[in-house]
Write a protein that binds this ligand. Structure first.
Ligand SMILES: O=C(CO)COP(=O)(O)O
Length: 255
């Protein structure tokens, strides 16, 4: 399938940033700047900002996502939030398997899969993050790592459910470091991930899948990264916290 037939999606991952007043101001600044976007636009915000974001994005072209969810429906999991709780609020998207969750909070491929399953069961759409560490790239095992993370995360996910999944390829060494993967590196791994999905499902499902790049994507480098055939958008950290920068990336994806 030609890239033009696949929907590009630009999602902001605010991480642990913005209090309620700041969230309100940022969304109000973003909305008019992206209203004519010819791509999907999502803001993934801290739990405490979800209600504000949902209220402000209602009736607009900006979707709202959370940054994680637990795999159980309810129970003794102090500090966690279930996928059902998010769905009940009206949240549409959830990021799962972000490298910061894997690195600092003990997420494994198995718990990522459990969280993906719970999110799908709750009717949410998932932004599933995969990506290699710097030492893994240096050891030449980027493909093995991305294949394994993708395969385990998608265990028990049907072809119909795959339509509610976006994969974000985020090389860990490029996150928050200002060190972006080159457009060719991003293309190479996004194409590889698509080939893994093709083997798991089929060509039609793989061709329809949105695969984002994430890791120091910004207003200056978005054009080149997004020009690549297998890079269908971006998961944006730092640059999503500034409305003009985020809007510039959305504009680059709309070309
Ligand atoms: O982790 C990221 C998005 O999920 C990328 O973060 P940065 O854009 O700040 O590198």
């Amino acid at each position: 399938m030609e890239k033009s037939l696949r929907k590009a999606v630009i999602a902001g991952n605010w991480k642990m940033n913005k209090n309620r007043a700041e969230a309100k101001a940022l969304i109000e600044e973003i909305k008019p700047l992206v209203k004519d976007a010819d791509c999907g636009v999502i803001v993934c915000v801290p739990y405490t900002n979800l209600e504000t974001a949902l209220e402000l994005c209602k009736g607009s072209n900006v979707g709202v996502g959370a940054e994680n969810c637990h795999w159980a429906k309810s129970g003794a999991f102090t500090g966690e939030i279930s996928a059902d709780m998010l769905a009940e609020m009206g949240v549409e998207y959830v990021i799962i398997g972000h490298s910061e969750r894997r690195q600092y909070f003990g997420e494994t491929d198995v718990t990522v899969n459990q969280r993906v399953r719970a999110a799908l069961d709750a009717g949410l759409r998932v932004i599933l993050c995969v990506g290699e560490l710097l030492e893994q790239r240096e050891q030449g095992i980027t493909e093995e790592i991305c294949a394994m993370q993708t395969k385990v995360a998608l265990q028990g996910v049907s072809e119909a459910e795959l339509e509610r999944i976006i994969i974000a390829y985020e090389p860990v060494w490029a996150i928050g470091t200002g060190k972006t993967a080159t457009a060719d590196q991003a293309e190479e791994v996004c194409a590889f991930i698509r080939s893994v999905v093709e083997k798991l499902y089929n060509k039609k499902a793989a061709d329809a899948l949105t695969i984002q790049y994430g890791g120091s994507m910004n207003a200056a480098n978005a054009d080149e990264l997004l020009s690549k055939k297998n890079v269908d958008g971006g998961l944006i950290g730092g640059a999503s916290l500034k409305a003009p920068d985020f809007a510039a990336i959305v504009k680059a994806a709309s070309k």
